[in-house]
Ligand binder design. Structure first.
Ligand SMILES: *Cc1c(COP(=O)(O)O)cnc(C)c1O
Length: 368
């Protein structure tokens, strides 16, 4: 059985280093707001190239906190609109609606599954305050045109970088392209913790200070509360694991690129639509390798029966979820087609060449 993602194998790659650090946190008696989180924030900031990095409890909170801070600072207010791709994981929208902001959905480009930048401007109104871009599946979405749209309309660019740590656009890392970015270190992400964890990176110091305070009960000084905050902190245990794994992220992403290249070159079956890789390989870190097929459930069953585990990212688009009932009657045909046809193949830094070959053979032998 070829697993979709062998997390145990991924983490055991660094067993000695991680276990030693975990033991040292355990024995230290200090578990929150300590030197390990500060150290990880420094390393992440250096890696991403951002001015600030703040460890938080998870990826959704990272995004929620960015928008919450913009509201606290008076830059946005409840009822304002934020452009977001229709084709995304629901967390991108939840971060907005949780703050009373209105998600305005924009269709993706079918060639890269990311927001179609050319369709953004027609959705901008006097209430629009930001564009939340999502580097979906690990592929950067960014362009001079996007920068120009944001400038012309005085909009913040916020990145949902949950899936794309390590990707770069014109030498700039994702997470340092816009004004602020949310990272997820959910165990299955390219940089995964041993539980929930996340981070924010941003350019502006005032924003960073507000986010750090809001994530800690709205407090900058113990028992002095500037904001009605929440509790969303990264802990020392997760921080040491992430510090170790961050050292190897480029290596891990390169291995993903090698596997993705083999899939793209060697899967040859007219029933299967392969992803179109970016011209510049560094723009993609292949968090997911997503193919399309008209009878996706049938293909998934076929693969399961010959021992290849796959997943669907994602089966139901946000605007068709009960959670967003008010959007259920909206129509996003490209998004809906993607959700109906996508299937994610196994890809990870610990997959062997032999396993990759088996997946390729299985797909090449598939017929209806
Ligand atoms: C994983 C993910 C999130 C949320 O991250 P959590 O750490 O699970 O809260 C947000 N957006 C996208 C695109 C994701 O893939």
């Amino acid at each position: 059985m070829i697993k979709f993602l062998d997390l145990q194998k991924i983490n055991l790659l660094h067993q000695v280093e991680i276990e030693e650090k975990l033991l040292s946190v355990f024995r230290s008696g200090w578990y929150l707001l300590g030197k390990e989180v500060a150290n990880f924030e420094g390393e992440l900031k250096r890696y991403v190239g951002s001015n600030h990095a703040i460890g938080v409890a998870n990826g959704l909170d990272a995004l929620r906190l960015i928008f919450r801070a913009y509201i606290e600072l008076g830059i946005m207010k409840k009822g304002d609109e934020v452009i977001v791709p229709a084709n995304t994981y629901i967390a991108s929208l939840l971060a907005l609606s949780d703050n009373g902001l209105v998600p305005i959905l924009v269709e993706p480009n079918i060639n890269n599954y990311n927001i179609d930048i050319s369709k953004i401007e027609s959705h901008i109104t006097s209430k629009t305050k930001a564009i939340l871009i999502v580097h979906l599946y690990g592929r950067v979405v960014f362009s001079e045109e996007l920068i120009a749209i944001a400038k012309r309309n005085n909009l913040k660019i916020v990145e949902d970088n949950a899936q794309a740590i390590g990707a770069t656009w014109q030498g700039i890392k994702s997470g340092n392209l816009g004004d602020a970015a949310g990272f997820s270190f959910y165990p299955g992400k390219n940089l995964g913790a041993l539980g929930d964890a996340g981070a924010v990176s941003c350019k502006d110091e005032e924003l960073a200070i507000a986010i750090r305070a809001i994530a800690n009960y709205g407090s900058t000084k113990k028992y002095v509360n500037v904001f009605q905050g929440l509790n969303s902190r990264l802990d020392e245990i997760q921080a040491v694991v992430l510090t170790v794994k961050l050292k190897y992220i480029d290596e891990a992403n390169d291995r993903r690129r090698t596997i993705a290249k083999r899939y793209c070159d060697e899967i040859q079956n007219e029933l299967i639509v392969l992803p179109i890789p970016p011209l510049k390989p560094q723009e993609h870190v292949w968090h997911l390798f997503v193919i399309r097929n008209k009878n996706r459930n049938n293909l998934q069953n076929y693969l399961k029966n010959i021992g290849v585990e796959t997943l669907i990212h994602y089966p139901i688009p946000p605007h068709k979820q009960h959670a967003y009932e008010e959007m259920n009657n909206l129509s996003f045909p490209i998004t809906e087609l993607i959700h109906d046809e996508v299937l994610s193949l196994p890809i990870s830094p610990v997959m062997t060449n032999d396993e990759v070959s088996k997946v390729i053979t299985a797909l090449n032998n598939y017929k209806v």
